[in-house]
Write a protein that binds this ligand. Structure first.
Ligand SMILES: *Cc1c(COP(=O)(O)O)cnc(C)c1O
Length: 377
């Protein structure tokens, strides 16, 4: 039996009647853009995260770019971000016209290390973009405090952490703005591309709404530079159905993660670089990925493939080591931990509908593959 990396089909099966009827309702209504489901979803997500406002947008990429445009981040500005993330984090900074300044990550959480931020601040710094990687919120309070002290915006990239708990609040709810993604494989995914922006700022939300709508204050009256950043009604309808069991899904992901971590106790004796994910006290991850570190990743993955268990690497290169960024952006501060992570992380199958039997196949394969990778390495 081969194991899927993510099983979206069984999730659809579980929600089929609700998803199908909600889609049918939109099809019958004819309101394919801007239907009532858009506002309904925005209200639901704002309540769920504890954020004052939510705007549904066309992708996670737009969910990062639109706040930057609205905050006037552009040429001449520096934006501090992590060196270790998905490319959209830095891509949107460059698209906005600003200069990314990379800082290193914490070795245990893989999130931006707040202790490294202040050394990267200059007169040109305008914002900090932390990423809540793999489903765990970044150190938002520490980062907000630095932002406040130096008068900087904080835009959280919450693409992998929708619904993650952070102390008494949630990922997405406490920064200047936050952008999430509903790409199908994200913890909360739709059936196409999608995303959402969160903010508590009355003025910022108005500006971002206009930018989402080609910079228009009213129809065919364009007062600022914008784009088409709308999320269509069908995707909103799908997300409303998915929200019916999202909290249950997060619980399942946490149960599965706990099973993995318990089962892998002791493997660090075989491989000194072996580690299971570390979740800080006060955090509840939504487990976008369950990510190990390992000495000999290639051999490990080779064995896992032989055993028919898929694995994936998020991400094999740091952001500044990606070909385009290597020639167009600069590394000004030490990013050694990010580079180490890029060489040693590997993610395992993770989805809320994984049953115990399937998980046992993965666990047994990991044990075999760790041993193999050390013997052959
Ligand atoms: C997926 C992702 C994005 C971009 O989201 P899209 O919906 O694919 O545009 C941005 N940042 C991070 C960290 C992501 O994982």
């Amino acid at each position: 039996m081969s194991v899927p990396f993510i099983d979206l089909k069984s999730q659809y099966k579980a929600l089929k009647s609700s998803i199908d009827s909600r889609i049918q309702k939109v099809l019958d209504s004819g309101a394919y853009i801007g239907g009532p489901e858009v506002g309904e979803l925005e209200k639901r997500l704002a309540e769920h995260t504890g954020s004052k406002y939510c705007l549904a947008v066309a992708s996670g990429t737009d969910a990062l770019l639109i706040p930057m445009m609205a905050l006037g981040i552009g040429p001449g500005d520096e934006v501090i971000t992590t060196a270790f993330s998905f490319i959209a984090t830095v891509e949107t900074i460059v698209l906005a016209g600003a200069t990314p300044v990379y800082v290193d990550i914490d070795r245990k959480t893989f999130n931006m290390d707040p202790k490294k931020i202040e050394a990267a601040i200059t007169k040109k710094t305008k914002a900090i973009v932390p990423v809540s990687l793999y489903g765990q919120a970044a150190d938002l309070e520490e980062i907000n405090a630095i932002g406040k002290k130096h008068n900087l915006f904080v835009i959280e990239d919450t693409a992998q952490s929708y619904g993650a708990k952070y102390k008494d609040t949630k990922s997405g709810a406490i920064t200047t703005a936050a952008g999430t993604s509903f790409y199908p494989a994200k913890p909360l995914g739709c059936y196409g591309d999608g995303g959402a922006i969160f903010t508590n700022d009355d003025q910022l939300v108005t500006t971002m709404k206009e930018i989402r709508e080609h910079g228009s204050e009213k129809r065919y009256f364009h007062t600022r530079l914008g784009l088409n950043g709308r999320l269509d009604t069908i995707q909103c309808a799908i997300l409303l159905a998915k929200m019916e069991r999202y909290d249950w899904e997060v619980d399942q992901r946490n149960r599965i993660a706990k099973n993995y971590t318990e089962a892998f106790q002791g493997l660090e004796k075989l491989d000194p670089q072996f580690s299971t994910p570390y979740i800080k006290p006060g955090n509840v991850s939504v487990w976008a990925q369950y990510t190990l570190t390992i000495s000999n990743r290639e051999l490990f993955q080779k064995k896992m493939t032989e055993l028919q268990v898929p694995t994936s690497v998020h991400y094999p290169l740091t952001l500044p080591d990606q070909p385009w960024y290597k020639t167009h952006t600069k590394v000004l501060h030490d990013i050694n931990i990010s580079r180490w992570a890029a060489g040693h992380v590997v993610s395992l199958p993770m989805y809320p509908d994984m049953d115990d039997q399937t998980q046992k196949i993965v666990i047994d394969a990991v044990k075999v593959a760790v041993e193999f990778s050390m013997k052959e390495g």
